[in-house]
Design a binder for this molecule. Structure first.
Ligand SMILES: Cc1cc2nc3c(=O)[nH]c(=O)nc-3n(C[C@H](O)[C@H](O)[C@H](O)COP(=O)(O)O)c2cc1C
Length: 171
């Protein structure tokens, strides 16, 4: 059984986090940009880790992705976002799901985040057992990630892998 990391990223910060998380998970892990993410989730995947940038206190939408491009992001990734990908999946109780996101550190007191919004979608559509939800912080809209965040992402990946072993899914 394996873990699939699916990420969305406009400037590359969430991609860096996703790669660090996958590195922390270590074994039997694949990573894919959301535009190439499979529908349905393949049968051999028993853990899904999914994340994206916080846009307007939530997961991105087509309008906010276009906004990001207008603000200077490369326009390669305006197609399908995490919100749209999750909406295409079928309910299951077979997999564990962890959600993550990036957001601006200076407004961390504001309530909304991509990580929480993705978690809500997972619960709403019953896409699996939500096991963790974490935000990572950037300095500004285009990044960079704050100091220590890549290491924190790697450690979070290690924790996810350890949880799976202790729940007996690690074989
Ligand atoms: C349209 C738009 C809306 C945003 N809204 C928020 C927000 O509500 N809260 C926040 O912390 N950051 C917000 N941001 C900043 C993004 O979270 C930041 O650009 C992202 O974390 C960078 O990750 P990426 O390089 O993977 O795209 C917004 C950015 C854009 C472009």
């Amino acid at each position: 059984m394996s873990t699939l990391v699916v990420y969305e990223s406009m400037w590359g910060n969430t991609e860096i986090v996703a790669r660090a998380v996958a590195e922390g998970i270590g074994h039997d892990v694949a990573i894919v940009h959301v535009s190439d993410a499979p529908v349905p989730v393949p049968d051999d995947v028993d853990c899904l880790v999914v994340g994206g940038p916080t846009h307007a206190f939530s997961l991105s939408r087509p309008t906010t992705r276009r906004d990001a491009v207008a603000k200077g992001a490369p326009d390669a990734h305006t197609g399908r976002g995490v919100r749209e990908w999750l909406a295409q999946l079928k309910a299951t109780d077979r997999i564990d799901v962890a959600t993550f996101g990036t957001r601006v550190g200076s407004v961390r007191h504001l309530p909304g985040s991509a990580a929480k919004a993705a978690g809500r979608e997972v619960r709403r559509h019953r896409l699996g057992r939500l096991v963790a939800t974490v935000s990572f912080y950037v300095d500004d809209m285009a990044g960079p990630l704050q100091a220590g965040e890549v290491e924190r992402a790697r450690a979070w990946g290690q924790e996810l892998a350890a949880q799976r072993v202790s729940h007996g899914n690690g074989a």
